[in-house]
Write a protein that binds this ligand. Structure first.
Ligand code: COA
Length: 329
């Protein structure tokens, strides 16, 4: 043992929240020109949750945060950093994170949003990890929360069938330990990327500084699909190389849930058995920044992901942006 000390960001607990209303493909087909067969075959999606008028990104985020705080066995007042990853905030400003902070009653620490669309949760985790290890905060809430139903064009069947609403949260805590302790829990490696040349592949056609409207989601689905598999496989390999591991060392992969075919193709590229990939896209659809923590929380609560497991989180989204985080939980 070298006796050298390191500070790690340890996942203390998780929580999630879904809107009250679940909409199946068959129900959607009553108002959109589509079929259950088409959606299942192309995406693996069978149902999604859609927020009602009283459910907002901040209300879902707050509920997920409260459940994560309870799972961590701490008090809300212990939280001194809140990052909300979202592309659908309640308002242009203030940041959704400040609304959540006020709802939780833990005012005074750091609170801000990150906008990296579907990879937002990976950007938020990486940022929280840096702030915790740098001593800026002690306990963080990292939240992914979205109400994408509010920015969908319900007359565009190529996009509106793909998305849903929800929120997920993790409590991360800064813990000092021995650098040589390979079994210690905590975030091991993170990598983020963006390529703005692909801005027009997946975007919202409005905003405060351009149209002064919120706008609707637009996507070139085939192009997104092609880039997603290549970028995800590459960042996963990059993070494994940083950690000096191979895909055989992973217990679980918790991917962004965009489309079952993307999950499957990415896993194959890395020779990862399908049983190691957490899949919730069938019942959540694509909840953008919320999808990774929603999937993680589900797998923790049903007992699949357990303390000591090696877990890879990954996502790719509009921008393009993509990233991966490796952690022992
Ligand atoms: N229901 C029924 N038919 C539909 C449909 C729907 N909801 N949406 C599109 N179609 C039709 C199209 O009109 C087209 O018909 P045509 O051949 O008569 O013109 C046909 O289905 C094929 O459309 P296409 O867009 O080429 O299908 P695809 O095989 O590329 O699948 C996606 C479309 C969106 C499912 C696929 O491209 C995809 O998953 N892309 C990635 C999207 C994603 O995950 N984005 C988020 C990343 S964060």
């Amino acid at each position: 043992m070298s006796g050298q000390r390191v500070r790690r960001s340890v996942i203390r607990g998780s929580g999630s929240a879904l809107p009250e209303t679940c909409v199946t493909n068959a129900e959607l087909a009553k108002r959109v020109d589509t079929t259950d067969e088409w959606i299942v075959e192309r995406t693996g999606i069978r149902a999604r949750y859609i927020a009602n008028a009283s459910e907002t990104t901040s209300s879902l985020a707050t509920l997920a945060a409260q459940r994560a705080i309870a799972a961590a066995g701490i008090a809300a007042s212990d939280i001194d950093l809140i990052i909300v990853a979202t592309a659908t905030p309640d308002q242009t400003f203030p940041a959704c994170a400040t609304i959540v902070q006020h709802n939780l009653g833990c005012n005074g620490g750091i609170a801000f949003d990150v906008a990296a669309v579907c990879s937002g949760f990976l950007y938020a985790m990486t940022t929280a990890d840096a702030l915790l290890r740098g001593g800026n905060a002690r306990r963080a809430l990292v939240i992914g929360a979205e109400t994408f139903s509010r920015i969908l064009d319900w007359d565009d069947r190529t996009t509106c069938v793909l998305f849903g609403d929800g929120a997920g949260a993790l409590v991360l805590e800064a813990v000092d330990g021995d650098a040589d302790d390979m079994a210690a829990p905590g975030i091991i490696a993170t990598r983020l990327h963006a390529d703005g040349a692909y801005n027009d592949m997946l975007y919202v056609d409005g905003g405060p500084s351009t149209t002064q409207t919120v706008g609707k989601l637009r996507m070139k689905g085939r192009e997104v699909f092609r880039h997603a598999v290549v970028n995800l496989a590459s960042v996963l390999a990059e993070v494994l190389a940083v950690a000096g591991m191979t895909s055989a060392d992973l217990d679980w992969v918790v991917p962004h849930q965009a489309n079952y075919r993307i999950l499957d193709a990415t896993a194959r590229k890395l020779s990862l058995p399908a049983e190691k990939v957490i899949v919730t896209v069938d019942h959540h659809a694509n909840t953008s920044a919320a999808s990774v923590p929603l999937a993680y929380d589900e797998a923790v609560r049903d007992g699949r992901i357990r303390p000591g497991h090696m877990v890879m989180f990954e996502a790719m989204g509009g921008g393009f942006t993509w990233g991966a985080v490796l952690a022992r939980v």
